[in-house]
Design a protein around this ligand. Structure first.
Ligand code: C5P
Length: 405
């Protein structure tokens, strides 16, 4: 694989030397591209000696019979930027191309991994967070920094991830690149809102972040994605978005999209019940709410599924998590259930991180420790891809008889 290793100017540039060596040791063809600031931290000669190619001088150089500022990016199979400074992230998010690294980032269609490294104050600045969010929406993969010693004797969050972590994440990303190409994926996200009257609704705490991350990851892996969402979050780029409000809206939107889908991921927290007769006008005084169950969209999908279609359900539990999820898997007749213990710190509703267990109808069980929702999304999609490849998805004999509380 041809890898461009971008190095921008932070003290973590010294750890990029190790990233370079590990990528070369793994059998890849590596070209290091240094910003001017990076050259102040680590000498060009070090990267030229370790990488497969000498370090290109800059924008104006010829490269492999072409012009360096586009040729490097066009020919790359993977671009890794380690460290990615606040300045580099800002220039990349703004689409600037004023040096060889930023031009390469714009000229590539290969997957890109950025490994931010900066002081805690900068890492926590909204400008940096917004730039990263923009890049994530565009499909850029982030290996987040850890906590520890920083330049100048400071300590805190912002220390670049370790070289082994970066290399593992970069190679995993590249293996996933395009593995959903040619497939149609439908993802639902968010908590539905069920009208009591024109003013009030019954809803739940789901933010839609996990579902949106799944849609984003599926699109990055080459799928055509339809995202059916009740969330107010900005949807990821490159996906078809259907906005819905209630379980009934979601049912109709999913029913329209699912027949042509290879994969349906029901990450939405669909209301289990709704007011039976929502008032046409605003209610005054204390209403007597009579509830009725909503249609179970996922179970309907399972009973109408076409051969080879992969169905994924979610479960949010607070106790007896895996046993309940196992029963849900059987009851709904789906291939995979992703269960989160919403009482665990940092996991579940409205967090950017999640911690889940993935269960398969084939007996597969794997815990995904606390990590970003995007990484949880990729772990789920790895299992989806494995089942698409095996062609062993469930049949229609879902055991939908009882429903546990
Ligand atoms: O039965 P429960 O609500 O716990 O199941 C959760 C899973 O079922 C989620 O994947 C959710 O999107 C889906 N679901 C559904 N229709 C409902 C309720 C839940 O598709 N009415």
């Amino acid at each position: 694989m041809r890898i461009v290793l971008g190095v921008s100017g932070g003290i973590a540039a010294y750890k990029a030397v190790e990233v370079c060596r590990r990528l070369v040791d793994a059998g890849h063809e590596v070209t290091a591209v240094l910003t001017d600031a990076a050259r102040r931290f680590v000498g060009e000669a070090t990267f030229s000696a370790l990488a497969t190619h000498p370090v290109p001088e800059g924008l104006w150089q010829r490269w492999e019979g072409g012009i360096a500022h586009t040729r490097l990016g066009q020919r790359a199979d993977l671009v890794v930027v380690a460290p990615a400074t606040a300045d580099l992230l800002a220039r990349y998010a703004a689409g600037m191309a004023d040096d060889l690294l930023s031009a390469t980032l714009l000229a590539t269609r290969a997957p890109v991994v950025v490994c931010p490294a900066m002081h805690t104050e900068m890492w926590e600045h909204p400008a940096v967070a917004e730039n990263l969010a923009t890049l994530c929406r565009r499909g850029v993969h982030v290996v987040p920094p850890g906590s520890g010693r920083l330049a100048g004797g400071d300590e805190g969050v912002g220390r670049m991830a370790e070289p082994a972590t970066i290399v593992a994440a970069a190679l995993a990303l590249s293996a996933r690149h395009g593995d959903l190409g040619g497939t149609q994926v439908v993802v639902s996200a968010g908590g539905t809102r069920e009208a009591i009257d024109p003013v009030r609704v019954i809803t739940n705490r789901s933010s839609g972040k996990q579902g949106h991350a799944i849609a984003e990851a599926a699109a990055a892996r080459g799928a055509r994605v339809t995202l059916v969402t009740s969330s107010a979050l900005e949807p990821p780029a490159g996906v078809e978005v259907v906005h819905v409000e209630s379980a009934a809206d979601m049912h109709a939107a999913i029913a329209a999209a699912a027949p042509s889908a290879d994969v349906v991921v029901m990450a939405a927290a669909v209301a289990d019940w709704r007011p039976k007769a929502p008032a046409a006008q605003k209610t005054h005084g204390l209403p007597e709410l009579v509830l009725e169950p909503t249609p179970d969209i996922l179970a309907d999908l399972a009973s109408a599924r076409r051969p080879g279609q992969v169905l994924v359900g979610f479960a949010a539990e607070t106790e007896d998590v895996v046993a309940r999820a196992r029963r849900k898997l059987e009851r709904k007749g789906v291939d995979l259930v992703v269960v989160n213990d919403v009482s665990a710190p940092g996991a579940g509703f409205d967090h950017d991180t999640n911690e889940v267990t993935i269960l398969g109808a084939d007996g597969y069980v794997a815990a995904v420790p606390l990590t970003s929702k995007r990484q949880v999304a990729d772990a789920i999609l790895d299992q989806v891809v494995a089942r698409l490849r095996r062609g062993t998805t469930g049949s229609n004999d879902s055991k939908r008889d009882t429903k546990e509380g």
